[in-house]
Design a protein around this ligand. Structure first.
Ligand code: CR1
Length: 807
């Protein structure tokens, strides 16, 4: 099969296309165009070039009559798209040149694009990487989610404390989407179910419309494009003119306000449940719209519902869309007349569920009363599902229990496959949260270790390293990442290592320039850049990193002429607005930074930097510039992590625990190229059973005891000495995440890091081997695994190896 080729274009011709959009889409002439106008014109000109491959992909999908994958996710953390699209179309240089000829600065235009921040962290970013890989692999797929008006909140610091403001990415027109007013579905809530006549009828109390917005997702080299379809809530009743004419303006706008609330905000919770009625409505809103949409597509192509599972694979990204099970059963029964047993078995053959966390507070449970009041028909159907499950499997695991509807159990029972996201995590899923269900349904739980797209997380974000790799092993690696292994042969070559280091240094200089311009912060590019960027959570242990920083500060002050390795400790990340301890940790990092950064005795050796408002775009600058990757969660708590993969790929060795995908990263890069410390998951469990483990750990570590005392006594909060006494007491009384127990081991591992870093050649070699050996963590590999083991979906484009044959 020949590749879909994108017609080549010269900078002159592409420049003309940009100018055409400037004039006809933006209504501006060159002399009056603002940065916004140029950005929109560039984006629209790029988007034009996505449309043909997109149509072509749709046509092939239709012809093949094969399986489509539907990825249902509350979050898609996409970030910016200009560069992403330009790179996938192979048009980066053309776009740069075209704008240069028009007297415009490409980089400045790219940086003007707001991040599409429709996600909180790893789960949402994973969905975005998966969309990229599905298109690169040519697997017909739709991403389904919510078009939130406000993405993740913006963070700023006021005297060191986190403040949140609404994010407004849609305040300006979104260049990449196509509005589809003709694609809309009614979504019902509340009311009651009439079962009198034997066939139940749901009489809802409230209805909103789900209206589609499509964004094409173009894969590598433009060979394929899938669709990200996001739903926006609209009122079903038109504007109430009668109320308006009566002067009752509030009543006139009421239906609209109610509807819009549903797709207004992304819940800023990461791994904690909210218990909000609105959240349940959001979940049902986008899930129902998506299921209605895929059924309509299937039936309009003449499909027979008995064969639904041969054409439809629905992946549930965590429990948020778990209502898909009962919703599909409802539609099959109530609208298409299937009996209960057939409806359930048909739905189950379509559905699969990915678990992303073992934290008990994150496994969604809804009060039964609330659930029943919002989704009365689904409540009844879940009872039917539960009865069938109990009878068929002999299981004793209930879905509705103690007045709660348990979404994890519901998702599990309605899925034909359940997967964890790293080898360790999948084992723990079997042993802990779903131990009983695993016994009742042997073989249902499988593993699919997470991955990242190398297009964004190396090719796009790290131009110096990209160039070196291209020169060293050729240019076929971006969609065949295991080829990076070819770099290993050069790990003993001094000239190669010099160039590898030069690429890192260039990225560090870029970060330093960016921070200087943005925040006025000056970094020493010769220092080690030690980076921890992720959501702020106790289990991720930013606090342990900070305690180690303070201990190091103490030691440098005591021995100022020691052989210290200069370090910049870089933190980035947001805390859920209601997560009090996480916000205290942020405040403490900033308070500590203020004092330590001002200390003339240590200033040249130790600095703490915490840029505000960490997001995808910031990650793209920080990760290539990192020397050291902090992956220090309590073993057994981080399901996988994906930041860990991004750092290793960009040549930053890890200091980390045996947690999540760290375990597999260490196996790939080699134990000698990974700074391991800390208790294992089994040891963590055992330690928690010991009485007073935290106090005993502190007693055994004078170094840690001193740091805790300093914080508690107000050394870092002189204006409010008691500010952190609660935080420190909490650590001593119930250090659930074992910060105290792992502290010494972590401190010691950091000193090993110092020693290796001081030997520049040894360090660079280690960094290069990290890049060379983590090709397995491409999300192309992950998606290939899902397609094979869960979806039985195939690619509709020639595989890389057969493409080579063609060429
Ligand atoms: C996990 O915490 C994992 C991502 C993607 C997160 C993280 O370890 O890499 O999912 N889980 O699988 C999550 O956000 C709601 O749960």
């Amino acid at each position: 099969m020949p590749d879909m080729s994108i017609p080549p274009v010269t900078p002159q011709d592409f420049g003309a296309e940009i100018l055409r959009h400037l004039k006809h889409s933006l209504g501006k002439d060159e002399s009056h165009a603002a940065l916004y106008d140029w950005r929109m014109s560039l984006s629209l000109a790029l988007r034009d070039r996505v449309v043909d491959p997109w149509f072509e992909s749709t046509r092939k999908t239709y012809e093949a009559r094969g399986k489509r994958v539907y990825y249902l996710s509350m979050e898609f953390l996409i970030g910016r798209l200009i560069e992403d699209v330009a790179i996938n179309l192979g048009m980066e240089e053309v776009a740069q040149a075209a704008l240069a000829e028009l007297g415009q600065d490409y980089a400045k235009i790219v940086a003007d694009e707001p991040d599409a921040a429709l996600g909180n962290g790893g789960l949402g970013r994973l969905a975005a990487c998966f969309m990229d890989s599905l298109s690169t692999l040519g697997i017909p797929a739709y991403g389904y989610g919510i078009r939130y008006e406000h993405g993740l909140f913006e963070q700023h610091f006021e005297n060191g404390a986190q403040m949140e403001t609404a994010e407004t990415w849609l305040a300006q027109r979104h260049a990449w989407e196509f509005e589809r007013p003709e694609v809309s579905y009614p979504i019902h809530f509340g009311g009651h179910v009439d079962e009198a006549e034997g066939s139940p009828v749901w009489h809802p109390e409230e209805t909103v419309m789900a209206s589609a917005y499509d964004t094409p997702v173009i894969g590598w080299q433009g060979r394929w494009a899938n669709t990200l379809r996001l739903w926006s809530a609209k009122p079903i009743t038109a504007f109430d003119l009668a109320s308006f004419n009566r002067g009752d303006y509030m009543a006139a706008s009421a239906p609209e306000a109610l509807a819009r609330t549903i797709s207004r905000v992304l819940y800023p919770d990461d791994t904690t449940k909210t218990g909000k009625e609105l959240r349940l409505k959001q979940e049902y809103f986008f899930t129902s719209a998506s299921i209605q949409d895929l059924l309509r597509r299937f039936l309009s192509e003449g499909g027979d519902l008995a064969e639904l599972a041969d054409h439809v694979a629905i992946q549930l990204n965590d429990t948020h869309p778990a209502i898909a099970g009962p919703e599909l059963v409802r539609l099959l029964m109530d609208e298409h007349g299937l009996d209960v047993a057939r409806a359930i078995s048909t739905a189950r053959r379509c559905l699969a569920y990915t678990n992303h966390t073992l934290l008990p507070e994150a496994l969604e449970r809804w009060p039964e009363e609330l659930f029943q009041s919002i989704l009365p028909r689904h409540h009844r159907i879940i009872q039917l599902i539960e009865a069938a499950h109990l009878a068929d499997s002999g299981s004793a695991v209930r879905i509705i229990e103690h007045g709660e509807v348990k979404m994890g159990e519901l998702a599990f029972v309605m899925a034909h496959k359940v997967n964890g996201v790293s080898a360790l995590h999948s084992d723990l899923v079997k042993e802990t949260v779903f131990a009983d269900l695993n016994r009742d349904y042997p073989g249902r739980i499988i593993n699919q270790t997470n991955g990242i797209t190398p297009r964004r997380w190396l090719y796009s974000c790290n131009p110096p390293l990209r160039a070196l790799i291209n020169e060293t092993i050729g240019t076929a690696w971006p969609d065949d990442l295991q080829q990076l292994e070819g770099l290993s042969a050069h790990a003993g070559d001094a000239a190669f290592l010099d160039r590898f280091q030069a690429a890192k240094d260039a990225n560090k200089a870029r970060l330093a320039d960016w921070l200087k311009a943005r925040d006025g912060v000056v970094l020493d590019p010769a220092a080690m850049f030690d980076v921890q960027i992720k959501r702020i959570h106790e289990y991720k242990r930013q606090l342990m990193n900070l305690l180690e920083t303070i201990a190091l500060w103490n030691e440098i002050r005591e021995n100022p002429n020691g052989d210290w390795t200069p370090r910049v400790k870089i933190f980035g990340g947001k805390a859920a607005p209601g997560y009090v301890v996480a916000k205290e940790i942020i405040h403490l990092i900033n308070d500590t930074a203020k004092l330590i950064n001002a200390d003339p005795a240590t200033r040249d050796l130790l600095q703490i930097v915490y840029p505000e408002n960490y997001n995808v775009s910031m990650a793209e600058i920080l990760i290539p510039a990192a020397d050291l990757s902090e992956q220090i969660s309590t073993a057994g708590k981080e399901a996988s992590g994906t930041g860990n993969m991004k750092f290793a790929l960009n040549g930053a060795p890890t200091i980390g625990t045996l947690d999540g995908a760290n375990v597999e990263i260490r196996e790939c890069v080699g134990a000698e190229n990974f700074f391991l410390f800390g208790l294992t998951a089994a040891e963590v469990t055992a330690r928690r059973a010991e009485p007073n483990y935290a106090r005993r750990a502190v007693e055994a570590s004078p170094r840690l005891a001193r740091v805790l005392k300093q914080i508690e006594s107000g050394v870092f909060s002189p204006s409010d000495k008691g500010r952190y006494s609660g935080l420190i007491q909490g650590l001593l009384d119930h250090d659930y995440f074992l910060v105290t127990c792992d502290f010494d081991s972590y401190f010691e591992a950091q000193r090993r890091v110092d020693t290796v870093f001081a030997d520049q050649a040894a360090w660079t070699r280690m960094a290069a081997l990290n890049t060379a050996r983590v090709g397995w963590f491409s999300s192309d590999r992950t998606i290939t695994g899902y397609a094979r083991d869960i979806w039985t979906a195939s690619s509709l484009i020639a595989s890389r190896s057969s493409r080579k044959d063609v060429a």
